[in-house]
Ligand binder design. Sequence first.
Ligand code: AHN
Ligand code: ZN
Length: 341
Amino acid sequence: MLFHSKLLFFNKLPLLLIAVLIVYGCKTKTQSEQTAEQSIKLVSSPAFNADSAYQFVQKQVDFGPRVPNSAAHRQCGDYLVTTLKKYGLQVTEQNFIATTYDNKKLNARNIIGSFNPKASKRILLASHWDSRPFADQDSLNKTKPVPAANDGASGVGVLLEIARTLATASNKPDIGVDIIFFDAEDWGNSDVAKDKFSGYCLGSQHWAANKHIPGYTAYFGVLLDMVGAKGATFLKEGYSVQLAEGVVKTVWDLANQLGYSSFFIDQRGSSITDDHLPVNEVAKIPMIDIIHTQQDNIAKTFFEDWHTTNDTMENIDPKTLKAVGQTLVQVLFQEAQPEVM
Ligand code: AHN
Ligand code: ZN
């Protein structure tokens, strides 16, 4: 009986070997397929001009802090409208009264610029354009407004340069692009938190509940926040991974392929309450946030001079604007020719 079962085992040995070989063979094939998938065939796309983007950031900062209800805010808003129109985008101004956590009424304005307004496949790009009214993270000047070169102007500067790039491209991408400048993002106070937004994101909350075109939707969205500091690190923001993981992968993979992996870090970061939340939750458009958060720094979540009077042009580096802008241009051109992806 014992001899018999041993014989049975040895009889089955070749079969077992074959099975092991098949499983191993499949596994190695899968691994090589994954490697092949990691490099996407890049379509040709125009260069993003970082010096021009830098000038767009400078121009906004030169108005002074763009605090809602101030002259600088009105003037800068008019400049953003004029500039989008100059590049041929169709502009919608969404004026509304925002009520702050401390019950102030703000004359607020979301500004929407549409490239290829008739195209059905659309990508939404956004950034907030207002400046924080108080530099509460400053050691001295806690009641002064924030110059907001990085926390405000940087994202808008990148998006204005994308508008210019689309307008002047010799091969215009066959895709719709909506650029939204959200107002009244930064009048928040997490110490006096009365709702989950702590008074932040008033413009995006208004837009998500009152879209500029009824029934408007987009394939996906990308929010830019603090995308201009020297040596910036963009960790994969928590809500973005939770709510739009595929978009995070697309953007980070392309950034990596373009050589920007020192900015776009393959690591999950904190979850940040920002303008992409109402867009995801209320407008139901999957939107990610490219936001500068710090690795291995529990004391500071964001860039060094966040919400201080030192958030000035000195900290803005065209190399960072280039990494973000060129990645986004590539995303748009890839999405316009999805068959090669
Ligand atoms: C929080 O601090 C939780 N959110 C801040 C979002 C923000 C402020 N982005 C720019 N300024
Ligand atoms: Zn801020």
